[in-house]
Write a new protein. Structure first.
Lengths: 250, 438
């Protein structure tokens, strides 16, 4: 599904990603771990198409199509979703209206009619139940005054509504208490299928107890320095990132 | 002949058609003297540094419309808040249109200034209120005072509330190649009275219009006044709005100004607090494009203790548009425990757009809370990326962010249909469908 080949990217001449190779197939969950500043969030943003980052070399290919010239919204229309570490507050636009706009824009891009209102409401109801979201919450302004946990839950709610092919969860576990973490992870697990894939970006192993990855990759200085199965995450938890750093130097 | 000379010499002709023995005429005569001495303000004056009237002064405006023009309701229906029932005071090229209006004398007076200035039954009120808060120094206000004859007259007696909101509409039909209008409004809310007013100036053609309007509002003890100014005129219409408000104890006056259209707009909004526990609120949303110019000059004069004022102006400036915000707050020595809040936030969406923003605080009391803040910025890139990553194209995402930016100013609009209208005007002005009903 996703094929990243020798990806180099940075900001204003500072290279942050330094030759990333990664292949993600449908039905898989990949975890990307690494110390602070290793390039995890940059990788997520580059896949999602953030213009601030300049790709200097290499390719990101989704279903055989090079994404180089695709704007973030076009990537979204092609099925990429990124859950933000710091979701932005949009006063005056309710969660419901925001989702309606997002879904209909995607449908428009795919040449579909707008989703009828009753169908939209049904979908919203269904997905909000999945994430144990109170109905009142949906008529609040997007992310405005939301707690950290509410913001993250709302991110996964959006993911549920948009049904992406490839979901990238950027530090979704940060700032979550254990109950919220469980709800969020549960939501993600229920959305998993044979036809979609998830990339979980995290600093800690904790989230991976709930969203169990098929593969774990360790990012260091903009490169994947080690890949393995879920046991690698446990090893990292035990030994810390210094172990990887030392190994990388050698 | 330039515009000033033309106006001054027209005063004699104007006098031929009015009752020169009425006490108001002395006020007019004084006013034209003042204007003759001062003339139009120039950019050399601090208050007019960023707004030039020199172009307008070169235009050969007609000062008295030659003939009456009629309009069918269906032609202008969209400019009314027709979703709800309202009283309407409508003028076409400065002349009252009884056909389009719906006035009342049922417990309250919602009618015409020309009637109030001539009929004996209004004389006492006129003597008490007319020109009592409007400036006798500011040249454009005195120009309006000199020619004051027609406009809206609203009198709400003690404990009364009109059954419905009041709309004041000024249409210009392009009868004249260029027309100057000088409406004069007087609005009085006596003790415990309450009213809502919506004012709109609308040119129906591309002919040039200059409106120099003066509105005096008196809010007695405990009165509540909501005043909405909808400024969405054509690219050839200019407006100088001079509004003067006098408030007594525990009264609440809110003025909302929505500026989306017009060529040159100057809003002089002046609040005078003549009592205690008063609340004065000014809110504005300004969204400009092309070469539009809007200048908001606000003044709040805190003259007594324990009062509040709130100002919240948001501006979005595109293309080559220019904006000005000048917010003056005076707190007299006696006005302890004043709480004055002022905020002006702006977004420039074009490299060629300009905003000049200036808070001006003169505080003579020592136990007050005064805060002010102005910001000028661009759209938040991170927020834009967030919306785009949800599949919303950049243009729509920008509009959504601008909409969100301006939106909180609308929270205090108390007529839901008007709020919906303003939301739609904002969406239209931003040039996009937001993808949901407002």
């Amino acid at each position: 599904m996703l094929k990243i080949d020798n990806l180099h990217a940075g900001v204003e001449g500072n290279e942050i990603l330094n030759g990333i190779n990664l292949e993600v197939n449908a039905g898989e969950v990949h975890a990307i771990m690494g110390p602070n500043g290793s390039g995890k969030s940059t990788l997520a943003a580059v896949i999602a198409g953030k213009e601030e980052f300049e790709v200097t070399e290499g390719t990101v290919i989704l279903d055989g199509e090079d994404l180089e010239d695709s704007a973030p919204e076009e990537r979204a229309h092609k099925g990429i979703f990124m859950s933000f570490q710091y979701p932005v507050e949009i006063p005056g636009v309710t969660v419901t209206n925001f989702m309606r706009t997002a879904i209909n824009e995607s449908r428009k891009a795919r040449g579909l009619e707008e989703m009828p209102a009753n169908q939209m409401l049904k979908l919203i109801r269904e997905k909000s139940e999945l994430l144990e979201i109170d109905r009142k919450f949906l008529s609040r302004s997007l992310n405005e005054g939301f707690s950290g946990g509410e913001k993250k839950r709302n991110e996964i709610f959006q993911m549920a509504m948009l049904e992406p092919k490839l979901a990238i969860l950027d530090e979704t576990d940060s700032g979550l208490d254990i109950d919220a973490l469980r709800i969020v992870a549960n939501g993600v697990n229920k959305l998993r299928s044979e036809s979609n894939a998830v990339i979980v970006i995290t600093h800690y192993q904790r989230l991976l107890e709930y969203i169990v990855p098929d593969y774990v990759h360790v990012l260091h200085e903009g490169k994947i320095v080690k890949s393995g199965t879920k046991e690698l995450a446990l090893e990292l938890e035990e030994k810390g990132y210094d172990w990887i750093k030392n190994e990388a130097v050698v | 002949m330039d515009l000033k000379e033309k106006l001054v010499s027209s005063f004699l002709a104007f006098e031929n058609n009015i009752d020169v023995d009425h006490p108001v005429h002395d006020i007019r005569s004084e006013a034209i003297k003042n204007f003759e001495i001062k003339g139009f303000p120039s950019k050399k004056e601090e208050a007019w540094k960023y707004t030039s009237l020199s172009g307008l002064q070169k235009t050969n405006f007609s000062i008295f419309p030659k003939e009456e023009n009629a309009l069918e309701y269906r032609e202008v229906k969209k400019y009314f808040l027709h979703e709800i029932d309202t009283y309407k005071i409508v003028f076409i090229d400065g002349i009252y249109s009884s056909y389009l209006s719906e006035t009342t004398h049922d417990g309250v007076d919602v009618c015409l200034m020309s009637a109030a200035l001539t009929k004996p039954m209004y004389r006492q009120i006129i003597e008490l209120y007319f020109n009592k808060v409007a400036s006798t120094e500011e040249s454009l206000t005195t120009l309006n005072t000199a020619f004051s004859k027609e406009g809206a007259y609203i009198y709400i007696p003690k404990n009364k509330v009109p059954k419905k909101p009041i709309e004041i509409l000024h249409f210009s039909t392009g009868n004249e190649a260029s027309l100057m209008l000088q409406p004069r409004n007087l609005i009085i809310a006596e003790e415990n009275a309450e009213l809502q007013v919506i004012e709109r100036h609308q040119s129906l053609t591309e002919n040039e219009v200059l409106t120099n309007s003066v509105t005096e509002i008196f809010a007695a003890k405990n009165a509540i006044v909501d005043y909405y100014k909808v400024q969405n005129d054509t690219k050839k219409a200019s407006l100088i709005d001079n509004t003067y408000i006098s408030q007594k104890d525990t009264s609440v006056v809110k003025v909302h100004t929505f500026s989306f259209g017009g060529k040159l707009t100057r809003n002089n909004l002046n609040f005078y607090q003549d009592g205690q526990h008063i609340d004065s609120t000014m809110k504005g949303v300004t969204i400009l494009s092309e070469k539009q110019h809007v200048d908001h000059h606000t003044l709040v004069h805190h003259k007594e203790p324990n009062c509040e004022s709130h100002q919240d102006y948001k501006g979005i400036y595109g293309e080559r548009s220019t904006g000005v915000f000048n917010g003056k707050i005076i707190v007299d020595k006696i006005a302890q425990k004043t709480n004055a809040f002022q905020q002006n936030n702006n977004i420039l969406i074009s490299d060629k757009a300009t905003i000049n923003t200036k808070p001006q605080l003169e505080i003579f009391a020592d136990d007050v809370k005064c805060s002010h803040g102005c910001t000028i910025g661009q759209l938040d890139e991170e927020a834009l990326f967030y919306l785009q990553s949800r599949g919303i194209p950049k243009k729509e995402a920008s509009a959504l962010l601008m909409y969100a930016f301006a939106n909180n100013v609308l929270e205090s609009v108390r007529i839901p249909e008007l709020k919906r209208r303003i939301n739609k005007l904002i969406a239209n002005k931003l040039g996009v469908r937001l993808g949901f009903d407002l």
